[in-house]
Design a protein around this ligand. Structure first.
Ligand code: MG
Length: 235
């Protein structure tokens, strides 16, 4: 949707937008598989298959449009239940993942600088992310972004996930302005870009890992986060 409202807030997706989730996730997945190997005697391939099945089971249990589907503790619990193993391993298995991910994660070049610059321009800066709140807060601390963030929206508090309209409405509410005065920046075409446009926001597709020819009409494009202050100036 094209809007004539003056831009007042910029809201960022977190994973694969402010830091490289894919790289950190690969390290963390190995740490979790290592735990399963030591504690349960599972080979890495078998663990990967069982974890995928557990992920599907959690999705079945919780519905699919809520943050619980990302909860690794619940997935580990479902995996252990399926194996008939003690569920007491679940928190330790999930912690192996999160400790490794938090240590491995690195902000994208210009991430913190872009947030700071946008605030200098008088814009409110938010983060809007599909996940449980606890680790998203921790991630923002680890990459040094928290001091530059005015508000955070997680799908846990909204009880709906991007691209659900309720998620974007919650972002605008916390920004204190109409959706038309917000821009949403993210790497997911379906979740971030399409969702934001359908909610009446401007959208920027952070397409650093993807083919820009797949862009959705009406969305702006950025390959580097430091392009954003220039791209959004004057809107
Ligand atoms: Mg993302």
């Amino acid at each position: 949707m094209i809007t004539n409202e003056k831009l007042r807030a910029v809201i960022f997706d977190l994973d694969n937008t402010l830091y490289d989730y894919d790289d950190a996730h690969a390290v963390a997945s190995r740490a979790m598989a290592d735990y399963a190997g030591r504690a349960l005697g599972l080979e890495a391939d078998a663990f990967a298959r069982l974890y995928k099945e557990a992920e599907a089971e959690v999705r079945r249990r919780c519905g699919g449009n809520c943050a619980a589907l990302h909860n690794r503790l619940l997935r580990c619990q479902a995996l252990l239940e399926g194996l008939g193993k003690p569920v007491g391993h679940a928190p330790r298995m999930a912690k192996a993942y999160w400790d490794a991910l938090l240590d491995a994660m690195r902000p994208y070049p210009g991430a913190v600088e872009a947030l700071a610059k946008l605030r200098e321009m008088g814009l409110a800066v938010g983060v809007g992310t599909n996940m449980t709140a606890d680790y998203q807060f921790e991630k923002l601390e680890r990459i040094g972004a928290m001091p530059c963030v005015d508000f955070i929206v997680t799908s846990e508090e909204v009880t709906a996930e991007k691209p659900d309209r309720r998620f974007f409405d919650a972002c605008a509410e916390k920004a204190g302005c109409a959706p038309g005065a917000c821009a949403f920046v993210g790497d997911s075409l379906a979740g971030d870009v399409r969702g934001a446009l359908d909610a009446g926001m401007r959208a920027v597709w952070f397409c650093h890992k993807q083919d820009p020819s797949k862009a959705i009409p009406g969305a702006m494009l950025a390959r580097e986060l430091m392009e954003l202050p220039g791209l959004l100036a004057g809107l």
